[in-house]
Design a protein around this ligand. Structure first.
Ligand code: ZN
Length: 207
């Protein structure tokens, strides 16, 4: 069986040390009593090392390149909402995935961001070793600093595989976090408008 090198062409410049990860994964395979040389596992260390470039690629994503001129001056001061942004992240305590959706809103103050950019910003913070609370705040802070809007709000709902797989009570597995700045923090009606919008027609989170 050959290792599929296709993915290797996609690997960007980042700080991930393939050789060190491959060694570590080989050691884990041995440590759990596996034969790291058997057919199915032979290339696993290489696959895992290459996978991390994608799963943990957020550290070296360039936010300026992501924004790439999609910042527009407009006289619009109504709420902008992008909801149900699917994301995949990795919990930093267990290195297992947490998966969910993010809802992002802001009220512009002269500047708006191209809508397709908001999911990419979510991705930039999701593709790291994370805790959900910090990721929520990082997205809100980034948009606050970039747009200087009247307000910004981020709500994230996610399922954590580390809770689900480890037999912790299942109802703890789904978590909701929020971060609010400006008008969303100061003004109850603004906050409620956002929360009512994101709960409209909501489907249950599932994996
Ligand atoms: Zn965890």
């Amino acid at each position: 069986m050959e290792f599929d090198d296709e993915a290797e062409k996609e690997i960007k410049n980042d700080n991930i040390d393939n050789a060190a990860i491959e060694n570590a994964i080989t050691n884990i395979l041995k440590a759990v009593g596996e034969d790291s040389q058997r057919e199915g596992l032979q290339f696993t260390p290489r696959r895992v090392a290459r996978m991390y470039h994608e799963l943990l690629g957020g550290y070296t994503m360039d936010s300026t390149a992501i924004i790439n001129g999609a910042l527009f001056e407009v006289q619009y001061d109504e709420m902008v909402i992008v909801r149900d942004i699917e994301f995949y992240s990795m919990c930093e305590h267990h290195m297992l995935p947490f998966i969910g959706r993010a809802h992002v809103a802001y009220i512009p103050e002269g500047k708006v961001l191209g809508l397709s950019k908001i999911p990419r910003i979510v991705d930039m913070y999701a593709r790291r070793l994370q805790v959900q609370e910090r990721m929520t705040r990082q997205i809100a802070d980034f948009l606050r600093d970039l747009l200087k809007p009247q307000g910004v709000a981020v709500v994230i709902e996610a399922m954590h595989l580390c809770s689900m797989m480890r037999g912790v009570k299942k109802h703890d597995a789904r978590m909701t976090t929020s971060a609010m700045h400006g008008a969303f923090r100061a003004n109850l009606a603004t906050r409620q408008e956002f929360l009512a919008n994101i709960s409209r027609g909501e489907s249950p989170l599932h994996i």
